[in-house]
Design a protein around this ligand. Structure first.
Ligand code: M6R
Length: 610
């Protein structure tokens, strides 16, 4: 996730901006850069890799300026590289822009700029398109007007910091759906995407709202709303320490990331639908003939990503009518599976660096399969070695326990399945559109759900002293049960086991006794009666049942000891909602047990060893 810092002051801003960027390192980034107004000129310095590389680049230059903007980039459009790093400039090279977010319609704006204004682009980014557009509207004396005009043409999400060599006494900033704050300092004023960047320098903050534009001068900050009227904003006094600030006030990264899921899902969906409602898989263009050629699809991954693959199988088999096998990467690579040029191999990985998944991918590639990957980290090894990459735009995930990566992986799997089914012409228009409507509605449903999550904490307070737990479910719920169980065991160290509910009576039910916690996923309305029977089976043996169902199914779950409801949705997409109470359940249980939630023992975020 990109980070922005801007500063305008009566002192040299260079070092302060770099220090601010360092405080945003925890968000993850792959390059860093800075732009300064200097003697009526613009100086731009940027470098792939760590901020230290940027510092090395400018070390001997003795840069001095009263106005500057800086950026750490988390790649979305275009690989991590010097040329794709921010800041980007307009055609004249006199306006510099840093940006956090995704400009949805950047491709059409780019075409327009090239055709009508002869724009020549030096990077693959959507941000450079924004810089050129601002340049087109700029008359050399009213930067805020140019930024305003340009944003009117953009769709998508953004937080911008913009400076011009012609008006070195101001920074203009604008926000829509990406975070942006203003800091009020003693020697000048700041913009930033996050409070930690500024904590060393300021405690007084303005929180900028959606569709607002800000003009900062050394001694003045003006905020304008969407109608360009100046608005008053109360000062927010920050009392957090640096550690709390990185977590934006949440106690743990895991909790913060659980709450980031609505925006992660929104970002992952954004730009993947064109104006006609057709799915666009970024650079992936599989023809009808190519898809028809696949007689076999392998989805291969580890841990949470493997669990996302299980849902992918449901979706691809149902919507695209292709046989799918899902494999754990460490097994797949050593079992000599049948692969040929009619095989589609899909790797799923948050980090894009998991060695077993990478090993499996290389083997499949060698045997002639077409390689597609669903990856969160742009430019990672798995992304680089794939024929086609479909990115989850979850933003960096810092907690070891995967949460937002999982739900965005699910969104990608549904989109891939719908795309293939549509191209193959085996999917009705009605079902296609129903799915898309359901997926688009999820961020809002999740937002509402997350505002009202105390119920799960209460359930956790009753069960946290247990030594073991069982997760059961049917249909896609059986895959969600696996992921819920993994979450619980990895952060709370409770011995937890997941099983398809119908399979209980074939052995595992022998372990159920008085008080055994059974977490029952009952979100599939079409299978509700059967799941209720399974709940009764375990109840009859004394289990303490915690059920999760869709709103409106409360009556069917009256035998459960506890239950929470998720918002109503189509059965098939319910995993994206159903996992959230389970993530929270694991979180609160671990918290009551006093565990190190973000860094569980024996685990690493990225598993780059066999
Ligand atoms: O980076 P990857 O998605 O390839 O990682 C795979 C697993 O190690 C990972 O999903 C792991 O299971 C989770 N951190 C568990 O929450």
């Amino acid at each position: 996730m990109c980070g922005i810092v801007g500063y305008i002051a009566d002192e040299n801003v260079t070092g302060v901006i770099i220090e601010g960027l360092k405080k945003l390192e925890y968000r993850g980034y792959d390059s860093a850069g800075i732009a300064l107004c200097n003697d009526n000129n613009l100086l731009v310095r940027k470098k792939k890799g760590r901020i230290a590389n940027l510092e090395d680049l400018i070390r001997d230059e003795g840069l001095f300026s009263h106005t500057g903007i800086g950026h750490t980039r988390w790649a979305t459009h275009g690989e991590p590289s010097d040329r794709n790093s921010h800041p980007h400039t307009d055609m004249s090279g006199r306006i510099a822009v840093v940006h956090n977010g995704i400009i949805e319609n950047y491709a059409e704006l780019k075409e327009e700029l090239m055709a009508e204004h002869g724009s020549v682009f030096r990077s693959d980014t959507d941000t450079e398109v924004a810089a050129h557009l601002i340049g087109v509207y700029y008359d050399g004396s009213n930067l805020e007007d140019a930024v305003y005009q340009a944003t009117q043409k953009m769709r998508g999400a953004y937080a911008f910091g913009v400076i011009s060599a012609d008006e070195p006494d101001k920074i203009v900033a604008a926000r829509k759906d990406s975070p942006l704050i203003v800091g009020l300092g003693k020697r000048g004023n700041f913009i930033a995407s996050d409070i930690p960047a500024l904590l060393k320098y300021v405690r007084q903050i303005y929180l900028i709202e959606n569709n607002e534009l800000v003009v900062l001068k050394e001694n003045e900050v003006k905020i304008f709303n969407a109608d360009r009227e100046e608005v008053h904003r109360d000062v927010f006094n920050v009392t957090w320490d640096a550690d709390a600030a990185e977590k934006e006030g949440y106690d743990h990264f895991m909790l913060k990331e659980i709450h980031e899921q609505p925006s992660g899902i929104r970002d992952t969906l954004i730009r993947r639908l064109d104006e006609q409602g057709e799915i666009v898989l970024d650079g992936i263009d599989l023809t009808k003939e190519e898809i028809e050629k696949f007689d076999n699809v392998y989805i291969v991954a580890c841990g949470t990503a493997y669990h996302a693959g299980l849902i992918g199988k449901f979706a691809i088999e149902k919507l695209a009518h292709i046989h799918v096998e899902v494999d754990v990467a460490s097994e797949f690579r050593y079992r000599d599976p049948y692969i040929d040029e009619n095989t589609l191999f899909i790797a799923i990985s948050q980090s894009g660096e998991t060695l077993d998944t990478l090993g499996a991918l290389r083997m499949a590639k060698e045997k002639g399969a077409r390689i597609m990957s669903v990856v969160n980290v742009v430019g990672s090894s798995i992304a680089r070695e794939s024929d086609d990459v479909f990115y989850t735009w979850a933003g960096p995930e810092i907690a070891v326990a995967s949460t937002k990566a999982y739900t965005t992986q699910l969104v990608c799997m549904y989109l891939i399945a719908l795309y293939m089914g549509r191209k193959k012409e085996v999917l009705s228009d009605e079902l296609y559109h129903e799915y898309l409507e359901e997926l688009s509605a999820i961020p809002e449903k999740l937002e509402k759900y997350l505002k009202n999550q105390e119920q799960v904490e209460t359930v956790a307070s009753k069960l946290y002293q247990q030594d073991h737990a069982f997760f059961i479910g049917r249909g896609v719920d059986s895959a969600v049960a696996l992921e819920g169980s993994l979450k619980l065991k990895e952060i709370s160290y409770i011995n937890s086991f997941a099983i398809a509910a119908g399979e209980l009576k074939h052995g595992t039910i022998a372990l159920i006794e008085k008080g055994t916690p059974v977490i029952a996923l009952a979100t599939q309305q079409s299978l509700l009666e059967k799941t209720v029977s399974n709940i009764q089976e375990v109840k009859a043996r004394g289990a303490h049942v915690f059920a999760i169902a869709q709103e409106g199914c409360e009556e069917a779950l009256k035998d459960a000891d506890e239950f929470v409801v998720i918002p109503q949705c189509m059965d098939d997409v319910s995993p994206i909602l159903a996992i959230v109470p389970l993530q929270l359940f694991a979180y609160y249980i671990a918290r009551f047990r006093g565990c190190d939630i973000d860094k569980p023992k024996n685990l690493a975020k990225s598993v780059t060893v066999e």
